[in-house]
Design a protein around this ligand. Structure first.
Ligand code: HEC
Length: 213
């Protein structure tokens, strides 16, 4: 009993000493660090200040004019009305943009995410924002004289009250959705603005026919 008591006392005393000395008056002192790697990883962060290179960062910046992989530059046509006209007259889709069924599936998804709320699932201009009266002036694709180039331009820069989508969609995604818009336009035919009208569709998946419509 005695022995246990004194051992306990020694431990208790040691604990009290450790506890009392662990606190430090200086509140900015964070204590001793025994394994610094746990606090500061040995790996460098990108562009972190670092003495190795002449500009003192841990990595080289890309060479001027570097473009991301898959990036398609588009600077030919200005956002103004004249640029719209030129795009409609001259802008053609790069041959690298896929036009197959899978690409059209993706295009449909893109359209349903970014465009349906205004343009409606069928492109007749009857999206939820329009039917609920929150947003007006959305045309049916059937009533617009549009082609791949003009659609790409409009999705890139916007038109009237429609906003630009260049920051949401990559150039390739814009070309894909442009193809899909033309498909919807073909399906709408010359029909009046009517979401109920399915028209005979699915017969025009070849994009060649779509392109010049
Ligand atoms: C906030 C609502 C809204 C959204 C979202 C929207 N649009 Fe539009 N869109 C409009 C309006 C309004 C117009 C009519 C603009 C004008 O002619 O003044 C228009 C016009 C168009 C036209 C016809 C332009 C022309 O040349 O006459 C196309 C093509 C088009 N949009 C495609 C798209 C696509 C593709 C998307 C999705 C990526 C999209 N829009 C998203 C509102 C929207």
């Amino acid at each position: 009993m005695h022995r246990i008591n004194s051992t306990t006392k020694i431990f208790a005393l040691a604990a009290i000493v450790a506890f009392a000395s662990a606190c430090n008056q200086d509140s900015t002192f964070r204590g001793w660090v025994y394994m610094p790697d746990m606090y500061d990883g040995p790996a460098l962060e990108t562009y972190q200040p670092y003495g190795k290179f002449s500009d003192s960062t841990s990595a080289r910046k890309p060479v001027n004019g570097t473009v991301p992989r898959g990036f398609l530059a588009y600077q030919e046509f200005s956002p103004e009305a004249s640029g719209y006209d030129s795009a409609k007259a001259m802008l053609t889709m790069p041959s690298s943009v896929p036009t197959d069924d899978y690409a059209m599936e993706q295009a449909k998804d893109i359209y349903n995410i970014f465009c349906t709320h205004c343009h409606g699932e069928k492109g007749a201009g009857q999206g939820i924002l329009v039917t609920s009266g929150k947003f007006l002036g959305v045309p049916s694709y059937a009533d617009r004289d549009i082609n791949l180039g003009s659609i790409f331009h409009v999705v890139t820069y916007g038109k009237g009250v429609m906003g630009a989508h260049a920051s949401q969609l990559t150039p390739e995604e814009r070309w894909k959705v442009a193809q899909y818009v033309l498909k919807l336009k073909t399906e709408l035919g010359g029909a009046e603005t009517n979401e109920e009208e399915p028209a005979e569709a699915e017969s025009a998946p070849e994009d060649e026919t779509n392109m010049e419509s």
